[in-house]
Write a protein of this length. Structure first.
Length: 181
C-alpha cells in the first residue's frame, strides 16, 4: 500500500487531486491519500508516518513549495516529490529540480492522464529504489559490512520516521512525546 501526502493552500485543489487519483487505474485500491492545507501540519504528520510520494503546490502563502519540500526531505529523504503550480518561474523550477530533486513538475490545471501517469511512474520508481536499497542492504549484511541490528534500525526509521531518535532534556533525561518547535 502506497501512502501519498498532498499539500496545497486551496482545499478545492486537494479535493480534485483526491478525485483524480481515485479514478486512476489501480490507485484506489493501492494508495492511501492524506491532504493538508497547512504545511506545518503536513510536516508534523510526515514525522509520524512514512510517505512514498508527496505532491506539493509551488506557491502557498504560509510556506512556499520549495521550503516545504526541503523540510520534508530532512524528515523523509527517500520519498518521491511532485510539484504543482499554475505560475512557476524558471528560478523556482530550477530550484525544485536541483534542491529537492522533484520527480515531476506539473502545471495547473493538469491533464488527468498526465497526473495519473506522473503519480504511477513516481510510485513505481520509488518502489524500484526501495527494492534496490533493500537488496544492497542484504548484501552488506551478508558480507558483514553492516550488522543485522543496523539493518533493522534503518528499516524501522524508513517505516516510522524519527522512531530511532531519542530526545533528551538539558539535564540528560529522556523526553517522551514530540518536542515543541
Amino acid at each position: 500500500m502506497y501512502r501519498i501526502l498532498a499539500i496545497d493552500d486551496e482545499q478545492n485543489i486537494l479535493n480534485a487531486l483526491k478525485r483524480v487519483l481515485a479514478n486512476c487505474a489501480g490507485m484506489r485500491e493501492s494508495c492511501q491519500f492524506e491532504s493538508f492545507t497547512a504545511p506545518d501540519l503536513a510536516l508534523i504528520r510526515a514525522r509520524a508516518v512514512r510517505f512514498d510520494l508527496v505532491i506539493s503546490d509551488y506557491r502557498m502563502p504560509l510556506m512556499d513549495g520549495l521550503t516545504f519540500l526541503r523540510a520534508f526531505r530532512e524528515v523523509q529523504p527517500d520519498a518521491a516529490c511532485i510539484m504543482l503550480s499554475g505560475q512557476a518561474d524558471m528560478e523556482g523550477l530550477v530550484g525544485a529540480i536541483n534542491d529537492v530533486r522533484i520527480y515531476r513538475f506539473i502545471y495547473k490545471p493538469w491533464q488527468e492522464y498526465e497526473l495519473c501517469s506522473a503519480v504511477s511512474s513516481a510510485l513505481a520508481y520509488q518502489h524500484l529504489l526501495a527494492e534496490n536499497q533493500r537488496l544492497a542492504d542484504e548484501v552488506r549484511a551478508r558480507d558483514g559490512v553492516i550488522s543485522r541490528q543496523q539493518l533493522e534500525l534503518q528499516r524501522l526509521e524508513r517505516e516510522h520516521p524519527g522512531i530511532t531518535q531519542v530526545n533528551r532534556a538539558e539535564d540528560g533525561s529522556v523526553i517522551f512525546g514530540p518536542l515543541d518547535e
